[in-house]
Write a protein that binds this ligand. Structure first.
Ligand code: PLP
Length: 401
């Protein structure tokens, strides 16, 4: 039961944590087990192999760390870099800001490239910095693929292209927390050295596993990286990988079984179909926003995110009130505006295990709340625009063909 009861299902449309599918919930409803028995290593082996498919890597080494996205960030940085190392980081919203704060607290020399919130990473500035860095003092480029606070998706293949063009050896570290397993993501093809996500996002699991994948170059970097690391040390994992027992410390047995079930669902639908579903739901949401006469916080189409839409509301309305009322009146959970855009935007998360009709339910709830707070919306306008698009573009459910 809800801690604060509301009848019916909660419509969970925050951009993480997201809905957990019933088969995954059921798979996690089980007793603890001895993780040193042959069963858990056997299960873990399948997870490690299958996680590579989600990241689209064959050469990467995955780590499943009992942590959140923030811990996954820390593991990426401390395993590959030394205090004082010069790194480039893009500031485009709250999550890139938090990662930069972590980078600074870990004593890296962070060169911040800032953009307006609602814009993508400024890759022209990156290019000029790479061109000027003939002595290769820049040790890493850190970028959030999908800035969850503003609904901005950055172009990772261009970052790789620039690194290659200038023959620059900097490590390429990518936060894929609200992108991996929902947006097009190609670790090997884009030459990403460390990619990471959290279990509560597109994988549709509870919070608690930080998924990190390291390229051979990133593993090589651990040999000289002098950052202090204990809990997040990849070498502890690698030692147990060699032994075939996999875990340096106690994993959550329930989460591992849930993880297996979640991956099975993803592969049953097909990863490409999962990504196409996110593309469809993102587009439908943007059509609704347009029909309401509201603006997307994301300033250009090239950056539109298919996992989260941040909707700008007129200055006479406080977007926090929209989020409050949605929950109190319609049992609909929307994302708050964060930091610089607090009160100015609300966010619709459309990632994870989610379908067309669920999204239409959310959009209809948003319309009612907009009317509640005095925004002159025509009820049904956004739903109609989204439904018209979805009716034309939704394929048969892949596993039911
Ligand atoms: N990076 C991005 C893009 C996020 O959206 C979030 C959380 O929403 C994080 C990092 C931090 O993840 P966590 O809250 O799991 O530590």
């Amino acid at each position: 039961m809800d801690y604060v009861y509301g009848p019916g299902r909660n419509h969970l449309f925050v951009p993480g944590p997201v809905n957990i599918p019933e088969p995954v919930i059921r798979a996690m409803n089980r007793n603890n087990e001895d993780y040193r028995s042959p069963a858990i290593p056997a299960l873990t082996k399948t997870l490690l192999e299958d996680v590579k498919k989600i990241f689209k890597t064959t050469s990467g080494t995955p780590f499943l760390i009992p942590t959140t996205g923030t811990g996954a960030w820390e593991s990426a940085l401390t395993n590959t870099l030394s205090p004082g190392d010069k790194i480039i980081s893009f500031l485009i919203g709250q999550f890139s800001l938090l990662w930069i704060d972590q980078q600074q607290r870990l004593n890296f020399d962070v060169d911040v490239i800032e953009s307006d919130w609602g814009q993508g990473a400024n890759l022209d500035v990156l290019e000029s910095k790479l061109a000027a860095d003939r002595n290769h003092t820049i040790k890493a480029i850190c970028i959030v693929h999908n800035e969850t606070a503003t609904g901005v998706t950055n172009n990772l293949s261009t970052v790789r292209k620039l690194l290659d063009e200038y023959h620059h050896p900097a490590l390429f570290l990518v936060d894929g927390v609200s992108s991996i397993c929902a947006l097009d993501f190609r670790m090997d093809e884009w030459g990403i050295d460390v990619a990471l996500t959290g279990s509560q996002k597109a994988l549709s699991l509870p919070t608690g596993i930080g998924l990190v994948c390291a390229s051979p170059k990133a593993l090589e970097a651990t040999k000289t990286a002098k950052s202090v690391r204990v809990f997040f040390d990849w070498n502890d994992y690698l030692k147990f990988y060699k032994l075939g027992t996999y875990w340096p410390y106690t994993p959550s047995i329930q989460l591992l079984y849930g993880f297996r079930a979640a991956l099975d669902l993803i592969f049953e639908e097909g990863l490409d179909n999962v990504i196409a579903r996110h593309t469809r739901l993102g587009k439908a949401t943007r059509l609704a926003v347009e029909a309401w006469g509201l603006k997307n916080c994301t300033q250009k189409e090239e950056w539109f995110s298919d996992t989260v839409t941040a909707v700008v509301i007129p200055p006479n309305i406080d977007s926090s009130e929209i989020v409050r009322r949605a929950w109190k009146r319609y049992n609909l959970s929307l994302g708050l505006g964060l930091n610089k855009v607090a009160g100015k935007v609300f966010r619709i998360g459309h990632l994870g295990n989610l379908n067309e009709l669920q999204l239409l339910g959310c959009l209809s709830g948003v319309e009612m709340v907009l009317k509640d707070v005095g925004y002159p919306v025509k009820l049904g306008s956004g739903v109609a625009a989204a439904a018209a698009f979805l009716q034309n573009n939704t394929p048969l459910i892949p596993s039911r063909i």
